[in-house]
Design a protein around this ligand. Structure first.
Ligand code: MET
Ligand SMILES: [Zn+2]
Ligand SMILES: [Zn+2]
Length: 428
């Protein structure tokens, strides 16, 4: 496939051009150009009157966090925060129809780019919505509205949102409610997420008796690891069967997927085929729904997945919190006990949208760090009638869907930021 890199569109007069130009900034790992993205967003935000713009650094100068503030008329009320991440996962250009950082616009309105869905759309939509609210309605929020653009979400958020929520700057924002990224919906209902699954990285190492490739004997490292893999794959199958049978959603079961195998004695032409290695290892991506008992999971891994008696050792790396600061599962209420939920739902309806039943997200976002602080956080990206293409080849978003998303955020930002904190039961 030959890609013609299109000339940069410098036309900044309309939202689609602004979105495409943001997508053209390559913020994909392993070398995301955060500075360019922050400069671009800063320049756009500066054209909207009364927005305050700050760049914060919590680790190194190449990992900025952009914070934009629209001051409310009553700054003593808890603020609303709209978050998106600056980075994207890598793309393999040769496998795309269009170069992933050209933001090609097809005749039928599809904008192809890495990050089009995950999650550069929402980042610019937030600003477009504020621009509209100011220019069309001359609206001033009651509560302060913050927009954060964080680095490194796709690599765990540890140098991004995790540092931000611990900072004095974050505390000073007095955030009462957060909207973070969600996922596309293939039908006419918007999806909303009240929890993420928590990721564990599991690495299992096996040792065993080395020997000639021709010999069959017990207790080779490979045999020990393969037995463990069998047990894990059986567990995987049982959980996947629940999903296939329609008894549970993907995100409601524990997922486990093998992601690497390291084995073999390297030779000049590959591996020594006649040697059975004495050490091998395998890596697994494990995702736990919020209500899973982590201790039970640890016991299962120790006793069944990687038992020491089979010469197995293991390491679990928990990629983030499982419980909030009070020890509660990281879930945000989606009923009238949470007034923010009620307002959010009203806003979607006011925008002419329908909400699907709230879900747990299969993957993991920075929302977990806010939920850990006890701050109610919903995952939401206004993309309906859109195939789910995050992390996939040919990720695209239709221009019409993007523009409708701006309208949705106009309602969402206006209603959330004008919520006066009175009981909401009468507003049902
Ligand atoms: C492992 S931390 C989260 C990174 C990414 N968003 C994912 O779900 O895989
Ligand atoms: Zn994302
Ligand atoms: Zn992602």
């Amino acid at each position: 496939v030959i890609h013609n890199q299109e000339p940069q569109v410098n036309e900044e007069s309309d939202p689609i051009s602004r979105f495409r130009n943001y997508l053209r900034i390559n913020t994909a790992h392993p070398a995301p150009d955060y500075a360019a993205a922050v400069n671009y967003l800063t320049a756009f935000a500066a054209t909207i009157p009364s927005l305050q713009i700050r760049t914060l650094y919590f680790t190194t100068p190449d990992k900025p966090l952009l914070l934009i503030t629209w001051p409310g008329s009553n700054p003593s009320l808890p603020a609303v925060l709209f978050n998106s991440h600056l980075d994207s996962v890598p793309a393999e250009p040769s496998k795309w129809l269009h170069y992933p950082f050209a933001a090609h616009l097809s005749d039928d309105g599809k904008i192809y780019a890495r990050g089009a869905q995950d999650d550069k759309c929402i980042g610019v939509q937030y600003l477009e919505a504020i621009k509209e609210l100011k220019s069309k309605l001359d609206y001033t929020p009651l509560r302060t509205v913050h927009i954060s653009y964080v680095p490194d979400e796709e690599v765990g958020g540890f140098d991004g949102m995790a540092k931000f929520v611990e900072s004095k700057e974050f505390k000073e924002l007095n955030v009462g409610f957060v909207l973070d990224e969600g996922q596309a919906s293939v039908n006419d209902e918007f999806r909303v997420f009240y929890a993420d699954r928590s990721p564990w990285n599991l690495v299992i190492k096996a040792t065993g008796v080395p020997g000639h490739g021709s010999r069959m004997y017990d207790n080779s490292a490979m045999e020990n690891l393969m037995k463990s893999v069998e047990v894990i794959m059986k567990f995987r199958e049982n959980n996947f069967d629940l999903v296939k049978a329609g008894w549970a959603a993907n995100s409601e079961v524990i997922s486990v997927n093998p992601v690497f195998l390291k084995a073999g004695i390297p030779s000049p032409s590959g591996f020594f085929m006649n040697m059975q290695p004495s050490e091998v290892e395998a890596g697994f991506d494990v995702r736990l729904p919020p209500t899973v008992d982590p201790d039970l999971m640890r016991r299962r891994i120790a006793g069944e997945w990687a038992p020491a008696w089979r010469n197995l050792t293991y390491e679990i790396t928990e990629k983030g919190p499982l419980r909030d600061y009070m020890g509660r599962p990281l879930v945000t209420a989606t009923n009238d006990s949470n007034p923010w939920w009620t307002i959010f739902k009203q806003a979607i309806e006011a925008a002419g949208g329908k909400l699907a039943k709230p879900e747990i997200l299969s993957s993991t976002t920075d929302a977990r760090f806010m939920r850990q602080m006890g701050i109610p956080t919903l995952g939401f990206s206004p993309m309906k009638n859109t195939p789910i293409l995050l992390h996939d080849h040919n990720e695209f978003l239709k221009d019409s869907v993007y523009l409708n998303g701006i309208k949705v955020y106009e309602h969402v930002i206006r209603l959330l930021s004008s919520f006066d904190g009175a009981t909401v039961s009468e507003t049902k």
